[in-house]
Design a protein around this ligand. Structure first.
Ligand code: ZN
Length: 423
């Protein structure tokens, strides 16, 4: 196989995805700006003009920032691949790994390459994340973090990432190197086990590193929620309140863990804004996702996709053209597995972008189903008012561009969602 057609496919997919992203964001900015002056008729009684305009300004500010980040990330991707950045990094890490004892060289070199790549990527992202948090979120009154907290979180995240990430990457690289042509099947089993392990330990081990969780103290709300869960035949190990307000004013509620270890977690910001009936309605919606098995289906789909991805990587990693097409000269006397993993992670999303509308479509369908389930359990009016409050609180726009929303929105636009609840 010659590398040229692969290079071309990559370049064309990248150019096309950039054009589509740019076009969609420009549409969104224009559409929101045009409708900034007036609250849509359906919301005239429930949303003030100033809240509507704040949502418009926030949406536009984030979309403009997204366009700059888009250009920057495309430049970074091109630099890693076609312009030879990963090739250069690979040369340096390979040289540096000569200092290791011979037994450790192959794995040490490969782990070093992955770690260096991840760290450089993190450093390149850092200014963007700082700007997003301390400029945009700050300007609209959402950010509650100090710089000290931000960097504290970052260090903790790095430590957790290294503690969990390095062993699984080492295991996968070892499987790639020793299991022969069917390594990807073994790697898939290891990856599934790792994902399940993270799901199990996340609520009790990882999440408490970043937030405080306290049992829900409000007795009347607790009674309401427990009666709702009993009605829905749902068992959970506890109801917790998380101090989300330490970092952000955005509110949320979620389930974590699985099987009998499930926990219900409410952000304190959510409880501060919604009344008892509305909290119950939000939880009923989340229970709807469980009843329709949306979460299980998503996990199964992710496992099937990772099997397909690993099988594809198993084949690509054998083709010198795969490396050459993406700007890297494969190694002659060192393993190429880490290079193959990194190139796959860089190029995969460029092609994966084109299934976004499909994923968004199914996600919105799930949201409608969960809403319908909630309406059968609690008052639809409570769910409507909760959704509207959360929407306003997150400064979500009421007037998204229809094509942009079809493409990206994982949740139905507020107007469609409330209309479905009212019908
Ligand atoms: Zn939902």
């Amino acid at each position: 196989m010659s590398p040229l057609p692969l290079s071309l496919a990559f370049a064309v997919a990248l150019a096309l995805s950039l054009l589509v992203k740019f076009w969609l964001s420009s549409r969104q900015i224009r559409h929101v700006a045009v409708h900034r002056g007036q609250v849509p008729a359906a919301f005239a009684g429930s949303v003030t003009l100033s809240a509507h305009q704040k949502a418009a300004d926030y949406t536009i500010a984030r979309a403009r920032f997204g366009l700059l980040a888009l250009a920057f990330n495309a430049a970074v991707l091109l630099s890693w691949t076609l312009l030879g950045g990963l090739h250069a990094l690979n040369g340096w890490v390979l040289d540096a790994s000569q200092a290791l004892p011979a037994d450790w060289q192959p794995l040490g070199y490969q782990l070093g390459l992955v770690a260096a790549f991840v760290l450089i990527g993190g450093l390149l992202d850092l200014p963007w994340e700082l700007w997003s948090t301390f400029r945009i979120e700050q300007a609209f009154g959402f950010n509650r973090m100090t710089l000290g907290m931000y960097f504290g979180d970052m260090l903790k995240g790095l430590a957790v990432g290294a503690l969990l990430g390095l062993p699984i990457v080492a295991l996968i690289l070892w499987l790639m190197g020793t299991m022969g042509p069917l390594w990807w099947l073994w790697a898939w089993v290891a990856w599934m086990g790792f994902q399940l392990l993270v799901m199990v330990i996340y609520p009790s081990v990882i999440a408490p590193l970043f937030n405080k969780f306290e049992p829900l103290a409000d007795a009347s709300l607790k009674g309401r929620v427990e009666r709702l869960m009993a009605r829905c035949g749902f068992a959970a190990k506890g109801l917790f309140v998380m101090d989300g307000s330490r970092r952000s004013a955005h509110g949320n509620a979620y389930f974590s863990g699985f099987g009998p270890a499930k926990r219900v977690v409410f952000f304190d910001t959510l409880l501060a804004k919604l009344n008892g009936g509305e909290v119950e309605a939000v939880l009923a919606h989340e229970l709807g996702h469980f009843k329709h098995r949306h979460i299980t289906k998503r996990i199964v789909l992710a496992f099937v996709m990772s099997l397909a991805g690993l099988a594809l990587l198993g084949w690509l990693a054998q083709q010198p053209a795969f490396y050459l097409a993406l700007g890297v000269q494969p190694n002659f006397d060192a393993p190429n597995d880490a290079l193959a993993l990194l190139l796959f992670m860089l190029a995969g999303p460029v092609f994966g972008f084109f299934v976004t509308p499909l994923a968004s479509h199914f996600s919105r369908r799930d949201e409608f189903q969960a809403d319908a389930y909630a309406c059968a359990q609690v008052s639809g009016a409570d769910l409507s008012s909760a959704l509207l409050k959360l929407h306003e609180d997150n400064a979500g726009t009421l007037t998204p561009d229809p094509i942009y929303a079809r493409f990206y929105y994982s949740h139905p636009p507020a107007a469609e969602r409330l209309a479905a609840l009212a019908s």
